[in-house]
Design a protein around this ligand. Structure first.
Ligand SMILES: Cc1ncc(COP(=O)(O)O)c(C=O)c1O
Length: 399
């Protein structure tokens, strides 16, 4: 095998490289091992990532192919095609009740890219950004890449944000609060009372609010309570087609916010991406026209699979599962096994070849848990439940 070249120690990397490495990146190592093993044809069950076990709707695929065949393979505007931005604006207005137009929208390479753009446009060195545990593992690097410092609010009972702790963390340096609703991994949907407290803090301290609603289509009725209509001057809504349409690999997402932010985001998109594929943008328009059916399909799948998985592990004495309000993930408290989430994840993979995610990847609040994605085939879920049962029985025997 070819040895990769190493760099001369005389040439330096920027300070940014330290801000994008670390625990968040390491959290995925067992998952990557499992995916590599599955690709080698080994008997591995991967429940460590939120990638719905469904195909992208056929009309979306057909539209992309038609566009490709028709020569839609050239440069496109950096903020996305006007027709797509209009379609996103319409979908956002219908979901959040905030009347917006295409000028409030920037189309980006998935919600992850939109979070990155929001982070760089809203905060920088010397600033602080607050987020809620449990938090999606890319948040720390995505927020700290800007140079801002990330502060985490520990979860209170039922994985809900501790709003008194939030208030106590806000200082004159605080620029923004980032959260995901429905939350990944807990499935908590922020309610109106919680949002009212957050809105009050944002007004009092002049903060940006970044609401990651990548799982909104999976919530009951395809919507979540939102502050976008109440505070249009400071709310940034992030979304994508990844989860609602089983389109994770298409990298189709967006942010919606005040016009001035959209201008800055467009400029960042220009120097970062210089536009995204036009044939995917046209397919994204098709996807948005099918949103009600697509979201209903994924909600139905998640509800059935959640039930199946929950009943499959219900009577495993050492495990306690938390039922999510929405989404495709479940946190399982493994403290009854005497193992931490990380130890459980590693030992389960080593002995049963089932890959789950260490709860510590989402912050200390969930380090006694693992996260499971239950949006998998029924037979896969059943096999995973049997292996979890065997693993816990072995642990109990040894104890
Ligand atoms: C909370 C949250 N935000 C953002 C993302 C990234 O989504 P996308 O595929 O649209 O980049 C994910 C993906 O799992 C997520 O769970």
């Amino acid at each position: 095998m070819l040895t990769p070249h190493t760099h001369s120690t005389n040439v330096k990397f920027s300070a940014l490289v330290n801000r994008i490495s670390g625990a968040g990146a390491d959290a995925w190592l067992t998952h990557y091992q499992a995916v590599a093993a599955r690709e080698r044809g080994e008997d591995v069950i991967v429940l460590s990532v939120g990638d719905p076990d469904l195909d992208t709707p056929a009309p979306v695929v057909e539209r992309a192919i038609g566009q490709l065949r028709g020569g839609d393979t050239h440069y496109v505007p950096a903020a996305g095609r006007p027709g797509l931005r209009q379609a996103i604006a319409r979908a956002h207005a219908a979901r959040c009740g905030q009347p917006v137009g295409p000028d409030n929208v920037v189309y980006l390479a998935g919600a992850q890219n939109a979070l990155f753009v929001a982070s760089l446009c809203l905060a920088g060195p010397g600033d602080e950004v607050v987020t809620f545990e449990p938090l999606y593992p890319t948040y720390p690097a995505t927020i700290e890449v800007s140079g801002a410092r990330l502060l985490r609010v520990r979860a209170a009972a039922g994985w809900r944000p501790d709003l008194a702790a939030l208030a106590s963390l806000i200082t004159p340096r605080t620029r923004a609060i980032f959260w995901a609703t429905p939350n990944n991994p807990s499935g908590v949907v922020l309610n109106d009372a919680e949002l009212t407290v957050i809105a009050e803090l944002a007004r009092r301290h002049d903060l940006w609010l970044v609401s990651d609603e990548v799982y909104a289509g999976l919530a009951p009725g395809g919507r979540v309570p939102s502050l976008a209509a109440r505070l249009p001057e400071r709310v940034v809504t992030v979304g994508s087609l990844s989860k609602s349409h089983a389109m994770t690999g298409w990298r189709a997402g967006w942010l919606v916010g005040p016009r001035e932010l959209a201008v800055h985001a467009e400029q960042l998109a220009m120097c970062m991406l210089f536009g995204l594929p036009g044939f995917i943008q046209e397919a994204a328009i098709t996807a948005l026209t099918l949103a009600p059916e697509a979201e209903e399909r994924i909600r139905g799948l998640c509800a059935a699979r959640q039930q199946r998985f929950a009943s499959g592990i219900r009577d495993i004495p050492l495990l306690q599962a938390w039922a999510p309000e929405a989404g495709m993930f479940m946190l399982i408290d493994v403290s009854g096994t005497g193992l931490s989430g990380e130890e459980f994840m590693r030992a389960l993979y080593a002995s049963q070849r089932v890959s789950v995610m260490d709860g510590a990847a989402f912050g200390r609040s969930s380090e006694h848990c693992v996260r499971v994605c239950f949006a998998a085939e029924e037979a896969t879920l059943d096999a995973a439940c049997s292996r979890l049962r065997r693993f816990c029985a072995d642990l109990a025997r040894r104890a």
